[in-house]
Design a protein around this ligand. Structure first.
Ligand code: ADP
Ligand code: MG
Length: 312
């Protein structure tokens, strides 16, 4: 087995793979990391010159044709916004940036500032025009943030590059977003630990054994703000503009990382009950939802997840 770690997309990306020899492994790893760096140049909302940030300036009031990568991420985001009644919302940039600053300054943002930022958000002001591969924004001052879905897509694309380099068995992990191909030689799948590792009172873990798919976990991130006895997540409720305060860890198993990543963020916003219902309606998904901040931790396993669990 060969492995490598590199910082990218504001996190650490790990690759594990099986190859003929060291040279093939190193070539493939280099190409996969380069692909992720290329995607970060397109999708980052930190880099002023990213394609994402450019269209926030150029696509106001008229459609602008975008790259295939940006289009795929925005189109998937739009579909998820519709499916979740707007719980997943990539137009929250003005609000997520406010909370980013708030985390650095260790204080909750002013309510007036949150409301002012929210006024520039709303997925109805973003238009994905499929026929033209184009994007249009209704007003200036909008800011897109695909941080809830881009890492899963990057994991998918890195895996595709590895496959083109002749690597059929690999796992790419962009922090909590994993995508993997054939099982390691002689095994039935990649062993993936999921669950809630946060709480000493409610440790709940499962080992999944999976191949050809993706697993994403939202909620166990380092990125939160503790203030006045409340913990605010970096995931925002679009209805209020506030960081989530319910403690929830969501793991989604899907065929592709773009789906598992987006859905894990979306289900975190929807909460256990509504999120669970959504997952159960989609036969290609499995979910494990752990809610900690209660007297009794609530653990929900979707019907497909329960079947996966028996393999462990
Ligand atoms: P992580 O970055 O820890 O893997 P997620 O995949 O859940 O976690 O993504 C969280 C990121 O998604 C936030 O940092 C922000 O950029 C973005 N985001 C926050 N709230 C929402 C939301 N309601 N819908 C879509 N994206 C969001
Ligand atoms: Mg996500």
């Amino acid at each position: 087995a060969f492995g490598a770690v590199e910082p990218n997309m504001g996190t650490l990306v790990r690759i594990k793979l099986y190859a003929r020899d060291e040279a093939q492994a190193q070539r493939a790893i280099r190409a996969a990391f380069d692909r992720i760096a290329q995607l970060d140049d397109i999708l980052s909302d930190y880099k002023p010159r990213s394609e994402l940030n450019q269209i926030c300036r150029t696509a106001v009031g008229h459609p602008v044709r975008v790259s295939g990568d940006l289009f795929r991420v925005l189109d998937a985001s739009e579909q998820l916004a519709v499916e979740t009644g707007g719980a997943f919302d990539i137009t929250l940039g003005p609000v997520t940036h406010l909370w980013r600053k708030a985390r650095q300054e260790h204080r909750v943002p002013e309510l007036v500032a949150v409301h002012e930022a929210l006024a520039h958000c709303g997925c109805r002001k973003l238009h994905v025009i499929v026929a033209q591969h184009a994007i249009e924004l209704d007003e200036p001052g909008m800011q897109l943030d695909v941080g809830g879905i881009a890492k899963g897509y990057a994991a998918d694309e890195a895996l595709a590059v590895l496959s083109k380099a002749g690597i059929s068995s690999a796992l790419v992990a962009a922090s909590g977003d994993l995508a993997f191909s054939d099982p390691p030689p002689g095994q039935t799948g990649w062993k993936i630990g999921v669950g809630s590792f946060d709480s000493a009172e409610a440790p709940f873990t499962r080992i999944l054994v999976l191949a050809h798919g993706a697993v994403s976990t939202s909620g166990d991130s380092e990125q939160h703000l503790d203030a006045g006895g409340t913990r605010y997540s970096h995931i925002i409720d679009p209805k209020t503009g506030m960081g989530l305060t319910h403690e929830i860890t969501v793991t989604i198993v899907a065929r592709h990382g773009i789906d598992s990543d987006g859905m894990s963020t979306a289900v975190s916003v929807l909460g256990a009950e509504r999120g669970f219902e959504l997952v159960e309606r989609k036969p290609e998904l499995a979910a494990l939802i752990v809610e900690n901040g209660r007297s009794h931790p609530q653990i929900l396993e979707s019907s497909r997840f329960r079947l996966l669990g028996t393999g462990s």
